[in-house]
Ligand binder design. Structure first.
Ligand code: PLP
Length: 448
């Protein structure tokens, strides 16, 4: 039994009444998840999965962390909700803790319910601060599903949502393995990607550009780690042209990259950071924008024209306070950095050597991609861009092989991402990578 109905009824009612995200409804066959602990969850039949996707790369502290569960319970017993206009201890403390771990002068927090609303509000803040309207956003990005954020998004999820928000202009970011700039080294990739962005500024009119928005480390679209000098170069371009820099750290923030925020790795301070997911491991929906003095001052005397009924919801904020305290006490960012360098990197490199279907492995912290190809020389993708149905079969085979070995994988197009909870034990990490190693035989079978 789960809650008030049987597991069989949960399945039946889901199929009858739950309308799912991003899916053709009739084809769905969802697993009924009945429990989870740490990095493992299980279904109604008792089948256990090691969660190598952290659900949607949000479950940073794993399932049912006792300190986070207790914080939510205590807050629920005290005060479940209060309007955003009031001050509330959970909200105040969450904001202070986020400000303490954020870089530079980023010390004010506007709370939202998730990542997409954070990006919507960051864009609004940038436009009103600069008095300009254009936003430069990258191809190979995901920023959320509401009108503005889906327009910022540089992947096929945008296509069916167009036309949407006016004023978004797209550029290519760095991706050395599939360089849009025909670069043959990371240094050249940085230099050419910056030159390209500079040209976009020039042709769009620098005086019209309110902000550049990018994922510090691109998440779903490939775990694209910026090559040395790129982020600093974008910061400099923004400063030179009077545009703001918005770093979307919804996926990359809160320890995922082995830092509190991924920008810390490169010492770059954006004007705005958007966050969600890992801020409280997704136990209760929460996101937000961290802003520095420049944006804050714009709204110091003049009202900010935005708000949400649940901005800074006490249950979500209590979960954030507990999450950040656990991360501090257990030194989670340091742990993640160490695991990434000492365990994941060498293991994935070995796996690349063993499997002809592996074109590249890349990442940092507990944020890694295994890029699968049909041919290592031509780098032809194992499945075509945005493939579905029969064309996507090779990836479906890999997913099925992972699940058969008890690992729940995260895949996107021709990539398998290694994104377990940040509390994953070393033993689980090795066990999961070994299962992926076996499962990749299914991809090798499709190599030309
Ligand atoms: N930005 C990034 C980088 C994301 O990965 C996501 C979600 O995956 C979002 C924004 C949207 O967040 P949400 O689904 O909480 O609205």
């Amino acid at each position: 039994m789960t809650g008030h109905i049987s597991d069989a009824d949960a399945y039946r009612d889901d199929r009858a009444h739950v309308f799912h995200s991003w899916s053709a409804q009739r084809a769905l066959d969802p697993v009924v998840v009945t429990g989870g602990l740490g990095s493992t969850f299980w279904d109604a039949a008792g089948t256990r999965y090691l969660d190598f996707s952290s659900q949607l790369v949000n479950l940073n502290l794993g399932h049912q962390h006792p300190r986070v569960v207790a914080a939510i319970q205590e807050q629920a017993a005290l005060l479940c909700t209060v309007a955003p206009s009031f001050a509330n201890p959970a909200r105040s403390e969450a904001a202070r803790l986020i400000a303490e771990v954020a870089p530079g002068d980023l010390s004010h927090v506007f709370f939202t319910n998730g990542g997409t609303e954070a990006n919507e509000h960051a864009v609004k803040m940038a436009r009103l601060t600069t008095g300009r309207h254009k936003i430069l956003a990258a191809y190979r990005s995901y920023h959320g599903a509401t009108t503005g954020s889906i327009t910022l998004t540089g992947d096929p999820r945008r296509w069916a949502n167009e036309p949407a928000m006016p004023g978004v202009v797209r550029f290519f970011g760095p991706y050395p393995y599939r360089s849009s700039f025909h670069a043959d080294s990371p240094e050249q990739e940085t230099q050419r990607a910056l030159q390209h962005l500079e040209e976009v500024f020039m042709f769009e009119g620098p005086g019209t550009i309110a902000a550049v928005v990018l994922e510090t480390v691109v998440g779903t679209n490939g775990i694209l780690v910026p090559p040395p000098g790129y982020l600093a170069g974008v910061r400099e371009l923004c400063d030179r042209h009077g545009a703001l820099l918005i770093c979307d750290e919804v996926m990359s923030g809160f320890g995922r990259c082995g830092e509190w925020f991924a920008v810390d790795r490169w010492g770059v301070v954006p004007d705005l950071i958007t966050f969600a997911k890992g801020v409280n491991s997704g136990y209760v929906p929460l996101g937000g924008v961290v802003l520095g003095d420049k944006v804050y001052d714009t709204f110091a005397e003049r009202p900010f024209p935005g708000g949400l009924t649940y901005s800074g919801h006490p249950l979500a904020c209590a979960a954030a306070v507990a999450t950040i305290e656990v991360m501090r006490d257990e030194r989670i960012p340091e742990r993640v950095k160490d695991l990434g360098e000492r365990v994941v990197a060498p293991r994935l490199e070995k796996l690349r050597d063993r499997h002809p279907s592996v074109g590249e492995v890349r990442g940092l912290g507990l944020f890694w991609a295994i890029e699968l190809v049909r041919d290592r020389d031509t780098r032809e993708m194992l499945v075509p861009y945005n493939a579905s149905g029969a064309a996507a079969k090779p990836m479906a085979d890999v997913v099925a092989a992972c699940k058969a070995r008890g690992v729940w994988p995260f895949t996107h197009f021709n990539r398998l991402h290694v994104v377990p909870p940040l509390v994953v034990t070393e033993e689980e990490l090795l066990q999961g990578i070994d299962a992926i190693d076996d499962a990749l035989d299914a991809a090798d079978a499709h190599v030309a």
